[in-house]
Design a protein around this ligand. Structure first.
Ligand SMILES: C[S@@+](CC[C@H](N)C(=O)[O-])C[C@H]1O[C@@H](n2cnc3c(N)ncnc32)[C@H](O)[C@@H]1O
Length: 182
């Protein structure tokens, strides 16, 4: 219990909640469609490591109709995500079949296996990247890893750099980086 709280505390110091702006999200998913074979209503599976308020997985489930998993260490953000999903459901924006595609896990992405996922999204800080080797190692070959804001460094043994999406039209010096698990 103490160890869990300690880990949670440090995780959030390392990586506080900040959401990916919707305008970037739209472009990121278009790039996945165009360059990385993301298919609407397919059997592909998407995960957001550190899903915050759930907006990324809500987007992938609604717009792309694929199974979308969010793992988040902060139970308050999990509650917030569940509340958003409930509200969307009540306002009929989210149909039941879409709802069934979304899974929220309150947990630690350092201990989560990535073997089942086709698309792995992360918006984290470079200070965390060097501790993620054992996590990315579990991803299946060919899985696409999307790192918003910062390139993933020190992972060339497992990840092949594929594409840089430049958002400088919106905000200078913001990019998203795409990798393939090898
Ligand atoms: C920068 S936010 C990104 C939120 C969301 N992915 C987005 O792009 O809108 C990072 C999130 O990771 C969560 N987080 C930090 N360490 C974590 C860990 N070890 N396991 C799971 N979630 C973690 C934080 O609580 C925070 O909500």
């Amino acid at each position: 219990m103490y160890e869990n709280n300690f880990r949670k505390f440090y995780s959030q110091l390392d990586l506080p909640f900040q959401e990916t702006k919707q305008v970037f999200l739209k472009r990121i998913f278009k790039t996945l469609e165009r360059e990385f074979d993301l298919r609407k209503n397919s059997k592909q599976i998407f995960i957001d490591l550190g899903s915050g308020n759930g907006q990324v997985i809500i987007y992938s489930a609604i717009k792309y109709g694929i199974r979308s998993i969010g793992i988040e260490i902060d139970p308050i953000l999990i509650k917030e995500a569940k509340k958003s999903i409930r509200l969307l459901k009540q306002s009929k924006i989210l149909e039941k079949k879409v709802l069934r595609r979304i899974t929220l896990i309150c947990g630690d992405f350092y201990t989560h296996s990535l073997k089942n996922y086709d698309f792995i999204y992360i918006y984290s800080l470079p200070t965390m990247h060097k501790y993620l080797k054992h996590v990315f190692q579990t991803a299946k070959n060919g899985a696409i890893i999307i790192s918003h804001m910062y390139p993933l460094k020190g992972l060339t043994k497992y990840l092949e750099f594929k594409f840089k999406l430049d958002h400088s039209k919106e905000i200078q010096e913001i990019s998203t980086f795409f990798y393939r698990k090898i």
